[in-house]
Structures are given as C-alpha cells and as structure tokens.
Design a protein around this ligand. Structure first.
Ligand code: AMP
Length: 403
C-alpha cells in the first residue's frame, strides 16, 4: 500500500510517500515559499533515482505544490511510482481537532466543517492544513480517500482534572478554553514502541514520553491512554523550548506590556519567537549551538540548558506522581534522540523513584531504539526515534482498509 502523507503549512508543504505495512519510505520532500517564488525539494529513497534540491517551481497556490509532488513521484526517470493510481490514500497532519476528534478520521464534508470550527483554536495552523486538504482534493479528485490525523487527538483521554484551567468555568463552557496538548501522534507512536520494546502490553504500563525538539512536550501515558501533557490550549505552554517561553506567570506579560508599551501581538511574538532557550542564552535556539557556547564558558548558554533540563526533570517527577509510579521514561525528537549529555542531566537525581545512572555505553549510541537504563534501574529509560509520518500512514491505511 502507498500512502502520501502531507503536512501543510501556510507557505510550505512537507510530504512523504510510504508503505505503512512495511514502513518503507519511497520518497520525501518539501515545497517551500508557496505563493511567493516556489522552491521544490524531492528526495527519492530508491537507488539510482535523482533528487531535486530547492529547485524553482511556480507554486502560486498549494494546488500547484501538490501537482509538483505528484509529477515528481510519477516522473518517468526519477519517479518512484508508475502512475498516480498507485497512491492508495492521503493522510494529512491536522494540528487542532479540539474536543471533536479523539482519533484519526476519514475526511468528509462534515469532518471538514468540524475541522474548520476548530480554526479559532489554532488560527495559524488549521486553516493551512485545510488548504492542503482542499488542494489534494482539487488535484487527486474525490476517488482517493483522505484521512485527517490530529496532533491533539491522543490527549483527548485526559481527565477533566488534568485539562481544566483554573479560570472562570464559563470560558471552558462558552469558548472551550482548556488544555488540549500537541505532538500527540509522536507520543502515541513512541509509547506503543516502548511497550513493544519492553515486550509488555501498553495497557499494563505507566510511561512518560518526552518529545524534546525545537518544540517540546511531555505526556503521561497510563495503560495506553494519555492522562496529562505539558502543552495546553496552544503549543506555547509547558517546557521552555527553542524560542517559546513555556509556562510562565501571566503577570510577567502585564508588567512588560505596560512598561514597554507593547501590544498583545508584540508580546505573543516575544513569547513564541524570542523566548525559551534562545531568550535565556541570547545565543541560539539550537541545543547544539548552546552546547558549544556553554563549553566555551558562556554562562547564559549553560543556564538555558540547565533551565530546560530542570523543567524536564520536574515534569517527570510530577507525572510519576500523577500516575502513581512509572515503568518507562522515553526520550524522542531532535534533542531526546541525539543528546546523550542532556539525557543524562535530565535523569540525574531520580534514584528516589527507581531511576539509576544511565548506562554510558548504551546512552552514547544513536539512531536506533535503545534501552539506556543503568544497572538496577526499576524504571526503563528508552530512546525511541519518533516517526509521525509512519503513524499517520498507519492510521490512514487502517481507516481506508476498513472502507
Ligand atoms: P526537532 O524539532 O525534533 O527536529 O529537533 C530539533 C532540535 O534538536 C534542534 O534544535 C537541536 O537543538 C536538537 N538537536 C539535534 N541534534 C542534536 C545533538 N546532537 N545534540 C543536541 N541537540 C540536538
């Protein structure tokens, strides 16, 4: 089966073509500067086929971008498919499903309307996701089934005690203001892989999944269901991130806005784009740059790393408390998968909850699923590369096969 996975942004579109049954990736790439000057990247994963790297292709709208993707996939020299009819279905990443979607769903007119109703909750992302869906329909027609996979869906199992904000309840009732959580596809994928690695049923496990990348979030997964997560109504909440502040006293906003005469839009731009480890360090949002700067004695870079690791550790402790224990801690995404030093720092001092010092040799490995727990650890510490596209393709295949 061939599933085309689409992640559409307002001026960009990432794509992968893969087989969900085998996990084999056939091609991937990116359309950038849609509506501007159109750049197209195509990376076939089949021997002997040539890639295209940021070549100019006119893409006034997302429809031309999708058409460029399809043209590349069936190109007679460098394509990976004989014809478009070999695409069995399309899976779309959709950021916000609000309270309407607790799982992935076949796209119908009714579903599209319900997604549109979630637009106010993610005004930067959902409309772009919908444009991607509509562009696919315009180019592929309605014979190819399409599925929506939501970043928020996995977290819909959270109990009210975890998702309710302590503000007047009418804002929940009237405006749906509550914790939703994001990166759900990744948390679901790695928690399922963790259970497989441990040879246990996910229903019997308490897992803390740490998705630590440019955007970061942690989830508490009890018996296969998410019971809490760090992100909130928006992906600004929880941990400090590359450029996002994470949780912070709302009073700080009032003070800064009043003193520097900033609008709400300017303040939100600071919290989303200029804060996090970039804001603390003044160096970079990239942990590799921070590591290098800290190694050269930059104290603010070191402080940024310390604040990040401290907060991760604090959430691990609080989620163990929320679940009444923990069997496994999973690290995934850019930082979680690639930084042995940070994994070590984030798990130091957790002996009280049964986590011993990591196994240095295992912790030094990269690019594979690996158990990095130290000797005698009651809690397994796992590194699991995430694969949101594969999860989207698997969901899409499951829904399409049942049609
Ligand atoms: P992601 O958003 O999952 O792609 O993660 C991107 C982030 O991973 C980058 O901002 C880097 O800070 C981080 N990262 C990637 N490789 C490493 C590494 N070897 N050491 C530390 N951080 C890394």
């Amino acid at each position: 089966m061939n599933i085309l996975v689409i992640n559409a942004g307002s001026s960009s579109l990432k794509y992968q073509l893969l087989d969900p049954d085998t996990g084999v990736l056939l091609a991937k790439g990116l359309c950038e500067r849609i509506g501007i000057d159109g750049l197209f990247t195509y990376k076939p994963q089949v021997e002997g086929k040539q890639a295209l790297d940021a070549v100019s292709v006119a893409m006034p709208t997302h429809s031309e971008a999708i058409q460029a993707v399809l043209n590349a996939l069936v190109d007679k020299d460098n394509g990976v498919l004989a014809s478009m009819s070999e695409i069995d279905a399309v899976g779309h990443r959709v950021v916000h499903g609000g309270e309407s979607f607790a799982s992935s769903v076949l796209l119908t007119d009714e579903v599209l309307k319900a997604i549109e109703e979630c637009n106010p909750l993610a005004p930067l992302h959902n409309p772009a996701n919908l444009i991607g869906i509509n562009a696919c329909t315009a180019v592929l027609g309605d014979k190819v089934p399409q599925v929506a996979v939501f970043d928020t869906a996995f977290h819909q199992t959270m109990p009210a005690v975890a998702y309710t904000y302590a503000i007047p309840y009418e804002y929940y009732e009237k405006d749906k203001m509550r914790r939703y959580g994001f990166h759900g596809t990744s948390h679901r994928f790695v928690s399922a892989r963790a259970a497989a690695m441990l040879g246990k049923k996910i229903e019997d496990l308490k897992i803390i999944t740490c998705h630590l990348g440019n955007g970061s979030s942690i989830a508490a997964v009890k018996n296969g269901k998410c019971v809490d997560t760090t992100m909130g109504l928006t992906p600004l909440a929880g941990l400090p991130m590359g450029t996002r502040s994470g949780d912070m006293d709302a009073g700080v906003m009032e003070y800064i806005m009043a003193k520097y005469d900033l609008s709400m839009k300017e303040m939100m731009n600071i919290l989303n784009k200029k804060s996090g480890v970039l804001g603390i360090s003044g160096v970079s949002s990239d942990f590799r740059d921070l590591d290098a700067a800290a190694a050269e004695g930059n104290k603010r870079a070191a402080l940024a790393i310390d604040v990040f690791c401290y907060d991760v550790k604090k959430y691990i402790g609080s989620y163990a408390a929320a679940m009444g224990g923990v069997d496994a801690i999973v690290f995934t995404a850019g930082v979680g998968e690639n930084s042995p030093a940070l994994r070590k720092a984030m798990t130091e001092g957790l002996e009280y909850m049964g986590v011993t010092a990591l196994n240095d040799e295992a912790n030094g490995k990269r690019g594979q699923e690996i158990d990095v727990s130290g000797e005698g650890s009651k809690v397994r510490v796992l590194v699991i590369p995430t694969n949101e596209e594969l999860m989207i393709a698997m969901d899409t295949a499951e829904i399409v096969k049942a049609l």
